[in-house]
Write a protein that binds this ligand. Structure first.
Ligand code: PLP
Length: 421
């Protein structure tokens, strides 16, 4: 691979998604000291159109329309869900609902899945999954008298299919896994794992938080059962943007949300004495949907759908390949190692590097206007969102990274971790 800056510029010139960068705003975008934002996998950038969309929702729908606006707001969780299904998730209409947080949606779908598999007393997850996933699984197991099988996963390479296969048997009700591992970026084989679980009669719930908008999910094609995900990362919905949940159409009637809220009720405004789940995906609703959050999310989701998840996946892989090649050449001689799968077909859109002084390096990068994030125990995570990041941004960020290492500048930062970014 040609590792010159000119080669990175040439990749940008050939990039069919290059124009999407113009749809975003933020800290000044050009010049040699410009901010290089490689944390789109934590909080995506703000689309230029978001303030106007929020202002429309506030000034017109709320201020002028008042309670009358509920006639359109009430349909938003399913309308936006259908949009995500078709444009982003590869799912069918009526399979996706927007609302609540990923944590709450995990809870709803794991309990619903466990109840749909009576007599099975095991939940499977990986020992290195995102904390909220592990905590929710453990809490549900404790409350229901179930066991958790924590499948070991390599911190760098992710899950080994044969190790997972050995953990799935007739006792397993639900397998909870991340499509892209938050720490290493390791990409799970959704079709193969879904097949394994189905052979044993278990359901699989996918956490798509680190893949949605950067790696195609193709939920219908792979026969996925259940999924949840964040929308403030690659979907650029903004801080605290509502999450989504997906339930395969054929499963919906068998599953019931453990939260019997009035927004999941069959005839909501009959205000009846007992809860009866609504038909279809709406039964997984709970309380009043986050209307303003959905207005912002729609702007980000539209840009992702327009760019196309297949093209985003291709560009994300190429940017990861550039990071790995530059790291091999420039950073490895200074004690950095790759902490992600080397093969880009086994990775999501972020790449993780490890170094004993990862915390200090992260601070040094931030001071030099490169925004990565630190992950325990000793990792720097680089998440260049394919929608708006240029190859030359990746090149320049890696260049600043090598200068820090060459100068040993990280030694000027306290080793003690003040906070986790
Ligand atoms: C993989 C994964 N799952 C779940 C969550 C938690 O989502 P929320 O805080 O919106 O519930 C996150 C947050 O970063 C995440 O990365």
């Amino acid at each position: 691979m040609d590792l010159t800056r000119n080669a990175a510029v040439a990749l940008d010139e050939a990039d069919p998604l290059a124009g999407f960068r113009e749809h975003f705003t933020g800290p000044e975008d050009d010049g040699p000291d410009r901010l290089l934002y490689l944390d789109g996998n934590s909080l995506g950038r703000m689309p230029r159109e978001t303030p106007a969309a929020l202002s429309r929702a506030v000034e017109q729908e709320w201020a002028q329309g008042l309670v009358g606006s509920w006639s359109s707001w009430i349909g938003e969780p399913t309308r936006l869900g259908d949009f995500l299904a078709a444009g982003v998730l590869g799912a069918r209409p009526g399979e996706v609902l927007v609302g609540d947080s990923t944590t709450v949606n995990l809870y709803k779908l794991i309990v619903a899945g466990a109840e749909a598999r009576p007599g099975r007393d095991v939940l499977v997850c990986t020992a290195d999954d995102f904390p909220t996933d592990r905590y929710v699984v453990a809490g549900i197991a404790e409350a229901r008298g179930m066991q958790v099988r924590d499948v070991p996963a390599d911190l760098d390479e992710g899950l080994d299919l044969s190790v997972l296969a050995a953990a799935i048997d007739e006792r397993v009700a639900v397998v909870v896994l991340s499509h892209v591992a938050y720490r290493s970026g390791a990409l799970a084989d959704v079709a193969a794992i879904t097949g394994l679980a189905h052979d044993a009669g278990a359901l699989v719930l996918w956490d798509l938080s680190h893949s949605v908008g950067s790696v195609p999910a193709r939920l219908t094609d792979v026969g996925a059962d259940l999924a949840v995900g964040c929308t403030y990362k690659y979907l650029n919905g903004g801080p605290g943007a509502p999450a989504f949940l997906y339930v395969r159409q054929e499963l919906q009637e068998q599953l019931r949300s453990p939260i019997r809220g009035w927004f999941g009720q069959r005839d909501q405004f009959a205000m009846g004495p007992v809860y009866e789940p609504a038909p279809g995906i709406e039964r997984f609703g709970a309380g009043t949907p986050p209307v303003l959050g959905m207005a912002a999310l729609e702007v980000g989701a539209r840009l992702i759908a327009e760019a196309g998840v297949e093209r985003l996946g291709t560009k994300g892989r190429s940017m990861g390949e550039l990071i790995v090649a530059l790291a091999d050449d420039w950073l490895v001689p200074h004690g950095v190692s790759l902490a992600s799968p080397r093969d880009s077909s086994r990775r999501g859109a972020h790449v993780t590097l490890t170094h004993p002084q990862a915390w200090q390096l992260t601070q040094a990068l931030i001071d030099r206007r490169v925004v990565p994030d630190f992950r325990t125990p000793d990792r720097v995570r680089l998440g260049p969102a394919p929608l708006y990041t240029r190859f030359v941004d990746v090149w320049d960020a890696m260049d600043r990274f090598r200068t820090i290492l060459k100068d040993g500048a990280q030694a000027n930062y306290p080793a003690e971790r003040a906070r986790v970014t």
